[in-house]
Write a protein that binds this ligand. Structure first.
Ligand SMILES: [Zn+2]
Length: 395
């Protein structure tokens, strides 16, 4: 069994359902300490974070990952228990993807977190061990940053909190490689070079409750909100730009009513979300939303939550060039350079001034029953991460 496969299995065996690290970071810290890394455990609340550094001075190349996983769902539905890693022929091809049919004859590692993202975390650790063994006096610093709070809903005590601490103490990161599963059909076919921002709002529209037979004595917040909603849904927030699609506005929940059909409700609640690009600023989206609501004469309260600003690592940056070059030279492919998908913890590192690029395994089964990763691709991943270190830090 290869080193990276073995380590990935060790991690999957630890039942680290978010935000529980379940000993994953202790295992990785011990390995990296033996390889000469300086280890710092940054525990916030019930969240474990690990910062392991090798070398001194500038620049700093950091790998970023998470040890927590999403819950398995009903274990009986899995072909093999989610926290008992198993290597077997793929019996769960992605039928929507023709190319995935070839997975039928390839070995896959099964287990919760195999693809998201214990496989990549194992690959990062192995790559770092190999790199510092081959280049004990490399330029600057290489580092690994891990959290056990990436998959959770709050995301408060993980990389967000670590990044605040780094900013306060002047800890610098120049380049950050995130190992989130980025690939579509095969390792190296897609890298992420940025992410859209996410801005949420909880809107309460106030009316006056009353009897449906006496509407003149009530104010129906559903009727009042409907034209405003139509205007919000039709609004063109921006045109996008060369790197991002246009900003999108969605209502994810809409609630009103007392349960009785003869009562006009007193208020309406809507949850809204913007996935926005670098062509718009959060404060402008907020102001424009509120202006539309006011224009429709609504009595409302709107509470905003900015969960991540958009970021972009522009072309021509050394990290982006290095990652593209590694995909080209080691995988023989020109990776698609995307800003799509959800958010990632890279959003907390980018504002520190770091270039951020995401390169990881195929994401077809993440968060699903029978999550798996192609063993051959997992075994190639350390060489990719090591080559990125070589291109940026080998002297
Ligand atoms: Zn993940």
């Amino acid at each position: 069994m290869s080193d990276v496969l073995d380590l990935a299995c060790e991690l999957i065996r630890r039942r680290s359902v978010t935000p529980d690290d379940a000993g994953c970071q202790a295992l990785l810290a011990e390995r990296l300490r033996r390889a000469g890394f300086r280890i710092e455990h940054l525990r916030h609340g019930e969240v474990d974070n690990l910062w392991a550094v090798h070398g001194d001075g500038v620049p700093t190349l950091a790998f970023l990952g998470h040890t927590d996983v999403v819950p398995s769902g009903p274990e009986a539905v899995w072909h093999s228990p989610p926290f008992e890693p198993v290597v077997r022929l793929c019996d769960h091809p992605d039928r929507e993807n023709q190319k995935a049919a070839i997975h039928d004859r390839t070995l896959h590692l099964y287990g919760r977190g195999a693809a998201d993202m214990k496989g990549a975390v194992a690959a990062m650790a192995v790559a770092l061990e190999r790199f510092v063994a081959a280049h004990p006096r490399h330029d600057g610093r290489v580092a690994l940053l891990l959290t056990s709070d990436e998959e959770g809903p709050a995301n408060l005590d993980g990389v967000r909190k670590v990044a605040e601490g780094f900013r306060a103490r002047g800890e610098r990161i120049d380049w950050c490689v995130v190992g989130e599963p980025s690939a579509k059909a095969t390792l190296g076919d897609l890298i992420r070079v940025g992410r859209r921002g996410s801005l949420s709002g909880t809107l309460v529209v106030r009316g006056v409750q009353g009897h449906v037979a006496y509407p003149e004595k009530a104010l129906n917040p559903i009727h009042a909100f409907a034209p405003a909603l139509a205007a919000l849904a039709a609004e063109r927030w921006d045109e996008g730009n060369a790197d991002f699609p246009p900003t999108s506005f969605q209502v994810s929940n809409l609630n009103a009513g007392t349960g009785a059909n003869n009562v006009i409700p007193g208020e309406l609640t809507a949850l809204i979300n913007f996935r926005y690009c670098t062509a718009s600023r959060a404060e402008d989206l907020r102001a424009r939303t509120e202006a539309i609501l006011r224009r429709h004469g609504l009595d409302f309260v709107l509470e905003w939550n900015l969960s991540g600003e958009p970021f972009l690592t522009p072309p021509g940056g050394r990290l982006r060039d290095a990652v593209v070059g590694v995909c080209r030279d080691l995988r023989g492919m020109e990776p698609e350079q995307s800003t799509g998908g959800g958010t990632s913890d890279g959003r907390f590192i980018a504002p520190l001034g770091a270039e951020v690029v995401e390169l990881g395994p195929v994401n077809a089964t993440i968060h699903k029953v029978d999550e798996c990763v192609d063993v051959a691709e997992l075994e190639r991943l350390p060489a990719l991460y090591e080559a990125i270190c070589e291109r940026l830090l080998a002297s």
